[in-house]
Design a protein around this ligand. Structure first.
Ligand SMILES: Nc1nc2c(c(=O)[nH]1)N[C@H]1C(S)=C(S)[C@@H](COP(=O)(O)O)O[C@H]1N2
Ligand SMILES: [Mo]
Length: 438
């Protein structure tokens, strides 16, 4: 005999907002019955049906362990998308498939990458990091000597200032969450706090800024305030427990938690303490944002509070009316996420989502919201707040302040930076998900 979960269990769940959004505690209260109904499976009670089919893998010993494990070959299609697959000498991007992973930590092989002049093949024994300029004692570090300092670990997202740039277009571009928001990832980084090293070199009182430079062929450089260096800046040596991936800065990178991706200089070889910012190419051109009045922010450090729904999202169609979990990620360069609300009716009404612990500052936070889809059209959105009191702007607010795609001469910069407004997914009667502006 087959039984389905008690329908009354499901009806008892009250909606907290329009179009079937349920209380975020619904899972806890009603337990597995609801979970079962959400998935649409049935509990099988008969003895005959309990007998599992014998598959080949259950009948003979399996393979041997590998020295370095790889994921199942059934998962090989879960990959980053590349903007420059043939490796022409220009910037290349690899985007994280947010709709095909879950949790809050990006696996190293799927962490996004931007390299403006390719990934250098650095011999860690020959690599050096020099700290000089307005210091009392300039010092040169090897990977080995750095590794003898006390280390710290912290979870931190990195997001490119150009992440979500397609969202500036006047019409919504039909693309996956990977294409729209794939230039943000989150990892546990381990290394030496920059303040520890500056203790060693000493800081001249005149020093206000630090220019960081990479060892790649374009010697990417950015300036950041000494204040940030003494706060939570890190020379990261490990990424999720293993040495950094080559594309993410091997053998060492600057990590400035919460700051624009570009400032997290990879292949770090130089930190020069100075009085004034360097006004380098990447801080005055590529990542400066042209505002509707034609002016630009002088500096833009913090990645502001943001969220987007990863499940469901384009490419992940719903299979018939019923219960679903809406989930996604939220983060803020200002600190912890304090609240995420979700709408299923294009922003007319909102319910508060459950936030997955632990809630870490400047790291991805996963939010979850139970939803009873009645099979009708729905528009899903999420909106996040951070502990500093910032809220994700609505699209109308954002466009009014920052503008939409503008044609500006390239010499003036790239205007489509730092999008942090809402993303809307429309679900049609067939369960297909499309990108819309609502
Ligand atoms: N040396 C160096 N550092 C760099 C870059 C680079 O091309 N060279 N790219 C920057 C940009 S634009 C971003 S968004 C981040 C991306 O970090 P990730 O590749 O580890 O995700 O690294 C930054 N650091
Ligand atoms: Mo970037």
């Amino acid at each position: 005999m087959e039984t389905t979960p008690d329908k009354q269990d499901l009806e008892r769940l009250e909606a907290v907002a329009g179009n079937g959004l349920l209380d975020r505690r619904a899972f806890l209260r009603s337990g597995t019955a609801v979970a079962g109904a959400m998935m649409g499976y049935t509990f099988v009670r008969s003895a005959a049906a309990e007998r599992l089919a014998e598959e080949p893998w259950s009948l003979a010993p399996g393979g041997i362990s590998r020295p370095y494990e790889q994921r199942s070959h059934f998962e090989e299609k879960i990959v980053r998308t590349l903007s420059n697959p043939n490796g022409e000498p220009r910037t290349s991007h690899a985007r994280t498939p947010h709709h095909l992973v879950n949790g809050t930590i990006t696996p190293n092989g799927l962490h996004f990458t931007i390299v403006h002049s390719g990934t250098p093949d650095i011999d860690p024994d020959k690599h050096r990091l020099v700290i000089h300029g307005l210091v009392k004692r300039p010092l040169v570090f090897t990977l080995d000597s750095l590794s003898r300092y006390p280390m710290v670990s912290r979870f931190s997202f990195v997001e490119c200032g150009g992440n979500s740039a397609p969202m500036f277009s006047k019409e919504p571009i039909q693309a996956s969450v990977q294409a729209l928001h794939g230039l943000a990832s989150c990892a546990e980084w381990t290394g030496v706090k920059l303040s520890t090293l500056l203790d060693e070199t000493g800081i001249d009182a005149k020093a206000k800024w630090i220019v960081a430079e990479g060892a790649d062929s374009l010697a990417l450089s950015r300036s950041f305030p000494v204040k940030k260096a003494l706060d939570d800046a890190m020379i990261a040596l490990y990424q999720n427990g293993e040495r950094l991936m080559p594309g993410n800065g091997y053998p060492m990178r600057l990590l400035l938690p919460g700051y624009e991706g570009n400032m997290n200089v990879k292949f770090l070889r130089r930190l020069k303490l100075v009085e004034q910012p360097a006004m380098s190419y990447y801080e005055t051109r590529t990542y400066s944002q042209i505002l509707p009045n034609g002016k630009a922010f002088r500096f833009y450090f913090l990645q502001e509070v943001k969220s987007f729904i990863t499940h469901p999202s384009p490419g992940l169609a719903l299979r018939g009316p019923g219960f679903y979990e809406i989930s996604g990620i939220a983060y803020s360069g200002n600190g912890r996420i304090s609240k995420v609300t979700v709408s299923a009716d294009g922003g007319k009404s909102w319910g508060e989502a459950a936030l997955q612990a632990p809630l870490l500052p400047k790291a991805f936070t996963r939010f979850r919201m139970p939803w009873r889809w009645d099979g009708g059209p729905a528009v899903l959105q999420s909106r996040a707040w951070d502990e500093a009191g910032n809220v994700q702007p609505t699209r109308a607010q954002f466009v009014a302040e920052r503008g939409e795609t503008k044609e500006v001469p390239r010499v003036l910069g790239f205007p489509n930076q730092h999008y942090n407004s809402l993303t809307s997914w429309a679900v049609d009667a067939k369960g297909e998900v499309k990108h819309v502006y609502a």
